[in-house]
Design a protein around this ligand. Structure first.
Ligand SMILES: [Zn+2]
Ligand SMILES: [Zn+2]
Length: 415
């Protein structure tokens, strides 16, 4: 084999693509019902957009970005996530304004240089939404309910929404202080990353997956206990609305997301069949990001689903998978003249959007019938030289194996 696929990427082959198409169609359907509109941005952006938004101390910026210089020496980056590009595009095109609600969604590939492992790839795909302009807890509840409805529409059950509030710039310094005080005595026993986080961003410690750090993290102070009055009311209102809609929500005081820009609501949806570590979507509020990226202060909320992970769950759950398109009518032709006629008829069916096909390898009748069977054809039209001379073809019903003769000029209207 001369060429192989780059590490951490995957081809999506025809056997799987109907499932992708189904998932994408359901995303568009659900997002559309909530009045969200699609935005498509380039797969690369100026590097600074991400260092500014995601945060310099996050793993994504420190280790995982596909950063490169173009031929003019400008630093560009394959997008590791889509929130910052949507904010950039929304501001640049006047879509995001503090006095109006703007609802956007996207579907597409993202890129992170991670160690490839189950469910993690270097090119992966996300579908997500971003809503700008409202600080109302109803909007937090809306995106969470939409996320749940999306998974239910896909047939996924056994879901759990984990939710937390990480506070705001007003109450976070107090939380930071408490974390520093709590970890101070044990930080030397924790991993290198945590020691670094302790200095620059102690909140990130809560996100550590190292086993030796867990016992310290487990009884660390929780952000929900240091919320200011406004953040507390907001959090309670979101939970009240979700309860009212009978969404299954669990408050998870340990939930901090891997990006720096979140404030107040953060959430993840976990598919229990994949195990607790495996969120299939996540998101939250990011009220300061628009201003951070040069816009007027505009509150915002969003989430993204990990498409590969959702596909994995769908396959495990043995949910009725989307069907491959099947050939309806197959032409088995023998001899040049018959093949020419078959080609003409096949094109005619396709122009009416009926899936039709024929043999292109000059195979024997027996092989052609075998191929028609493999393709799942409902009917086969057999056109031999003898039949052609007599002015008819033979229709074979592949289910019943019944054959009948039909005049050539009726063959265009068999289906
Ligand atoms: Zn607050
Ligand atoms: Zn650690």
């Amino acid at each position: 084999m001369k060429y192989s696929i780059p590490r951490g990427t995957k081809d999506i082959l025809p056997a799987d693509s109907p499932l992708w198409q189904k998932l994408e169609a359901i995303c568009r359907h659900v997002f559309g019902a909530y009045n969200y509109h699609e935005i498509r941005t380039p797969v690369f952006e100026k590097t600074e957009l991400f260092t500014r938004s995601i945060g310099n101390t996050t793993d994504i910026v420190k280790k995982e970005m596909y950063e490169f210089k173009d031929r003019k020496g400008r630093s560009l980056c394959l997008r590791p996530e889509e929130t910052a590009p949507v904010v950039r595009a929304g501001l640049e095109n006047g879509l995001i304004r503090p006095d109006q609600v703007t609802k956007l969604y996207y579907i597409g590939p993202m890129f992170r240089y991670e160690r490839p492992q189950a469910g993690r790839q270097r090119q992966f795909h996300q579908a997500g939404v971003e809503v700008f302009g409202s600080a109302d807890p109803l909007i937090d509840a809306e995106v969470i309910l939409m996320n749940v409805q999306l998974f239910e529409a896909l047939g996924l059950m056994d879901l759990e929404v984990n939710m937390n509030s990480v506070g705001c710039p007003k109450c976070r310094p107090e939380f930071r202080q408490q974390l520093k005080a709590y970890f101070k005595d044990n930080i030397s026993k924790m991993c290198d990353d945590c020691r670094d986080r302790f200095e620059h961003n102690p909140l990130r410690i809560l996100d550590c997956k190292e086993a030796k750090c867990q016992k310290f993290i487990n009884s660390a102070p929780a952000s929900v206990d240091t919320l200011c009055a406004d953040c507390k009311t907001h959090f309670e209102e979101v939970i009240k609305m979700l309860d009212y809609q009978e969404a299954k929500v669990v408050v998870n005081k340990r939930l901090v997301r891997g990006l720096d820009y979140y404030n107040r609501t953060t959430f993840e949806v976990v598919a229990k069949s994949l195990g607790a570590q495996n969120a299939i979507s996540g998101g939250g509020r990011y009220d300061d990001l628009v201003a951070e990226l040069g816009g007027k202060p505009t509150p915002a909320v969003g989430f993204a689903i990990g498409i590969e992970r959702v596909i994995e769950v769908l396959k495990k759950s043995e949910i009725a998978l989307a069907q491959q398109p099947k050939v309806k009518i197959f032409f088995a032709a023998l001899g040049d003249e018959a093949r020419k006629l078959a080609f003409d008829l096949v094109i005619g069916y396709r122009e009416r959007f009926i899936n039709a096909d024929m043999d292109y390898l000059g195979k024997s009748l027996k092989s052609q019938l075998k191929l028609a069977d493999k393709l799942g054809a409902e009917k086969v039209i057999i056109l031999g030289e003898d039949e052609l001379k007599k002015g008819y073809g033979i229709i074979k019903d592949m289910k019943t194996s019944k054959q009948e003769e039909v005049k050539l000029d009726s063959l265009a209207e068999v289906m």
